[in-house]
Design a protein around this ligand. Structure first.
Ligand code: GUN
Length: 294
């Protein structure tokens, strides 16, 4: 029977630690950190994510601002706002919630963000620094997973880690971080994706599996080895007759895998809350390293 990697519990601890730091900052007569979130359009999941990010800011004592654009916003308008936020002495970090509508070039938007305020860690300068093991903002989800492994003292050195999915937000950075010369890290990493034949040939041999696929209940017990560490990044919305109208289903068939795994993250309550906490951590880091703070 697997033990639970309780992301909800750890995320609360981290937010509490951040809250204590903010109290000290404010007690010293300094302004609190300020995060801005840009939301374009009315994508249901994106709206929920941004709302939660604002809620987290309130919880830890940050100032927060949400900037709402219609889905018809032009690239030029968005770039203008980014330029203003880059220059603002009152803003420590900001994020542009993805995905963006088709008329907007996502790469151009990410490239326009000042790397010092890029608390998502998506700018190529920050991604490059991460890959070279230099101090920088780590993307929130991989940062959350690394922190969860760290707080549970999970031994990753010399282990075989299989990452499923190669997205810029999760899979790709995750594969780099697990292979880095640090703890957690020092794993032998296999990055699998949609062109990997017979994924189970890899997952069956893995000591650690990190799945970021968006395919509900994809990973079954017969695809993992006894005692494996299973990290589920999937959060697919599946309609049901609850008040919300949906529930979140992970990539991992939790019920069967929990009998065989050594450690496992639940959905919800695993990686999701850790991602949220790490955005707060990155914002605090941006504040502390800002050239505008006295
Ligand atoms: N869309 C899904 N995850 C993320 C994230 O971590 N940051 C941003 N900006 N957009 C996202």
């Amino acid at each position: 029977m697997a033990k639970i990697l309780d992301g909800l519990k750890v995320s609360k601890e981290i937010k509490k630690e951040i809250g204590v730091e903010v109290e000290k900052i404010v007690a010293g007569k300094h302004r609190p950190p300020h995060l801005v979130a840009i939301l374009v359009g009315k994508n249901g999941a994106s709206m929920t994510y941004v709302k939660n990010k604002i809620k987290d800011c309130e919880e830890v004592g940050f100032k927060s601002t949400m900037i709402d654009f219609p889905s018809t916003v032009s690239e030029a308008e968005l770039l203008e706002t980014i330029d203003e936020l880059n220059k603002s002495k009152d803003v420590d970090g900001f994020i542009v919630q993805l995905p963006l509508p088709k008329q907007i070039d996502q790469e151009k938007i990410i490239m326009a963000i000042d790397p010092r305020k890029d608390v998502d860690g998506f700018h190529p300068e920050n991604f490059g620094k991460m890959a070279l093991e230099m101090a920088t903002f780590l993307p929130a989800t991989p940062f959350g997973i690394i922190t969860l492994l760290e707080r549970y003292h999970i031994d990753t050195k010399g282990k075989h880690c299989v990452v499923i999915g190669r997205s810029r937000i999760v899979g790709k950075p995750m594969s780099i971080l697990m292979g880095r010369k640090d703890f957690p890290g020092n794993s032998t990493v296999t990055l699998t994706h949609s062109y990997t034949p017979h994924i189970e040939d890899f997952t069956k041999k893995a000591d650690i599996i990190i799945t970021a696929l968006g395919d509900p209940n994809f990973l079954k017990a017969d695809m993992i080895k006894e005692g494996a560490i299973i990290i589920d990044v999937g959060i697919t919305r599946v309609e049901d007759d609850s008040e919300k109208g949906y529930r979140l289903i992970g990539d991992v068939d939790f019920e069967s895998c929990k009998e065989k795994a050594g450690w496992i993250t639940p959905v919800p309550g695993g990686v999701g809350p850790m991602t949220r906490a790490m955005l707060m951590k990155n914002t605090l880091l941006a504040y502390k390293t800002s050239v505008y703070n006295d």
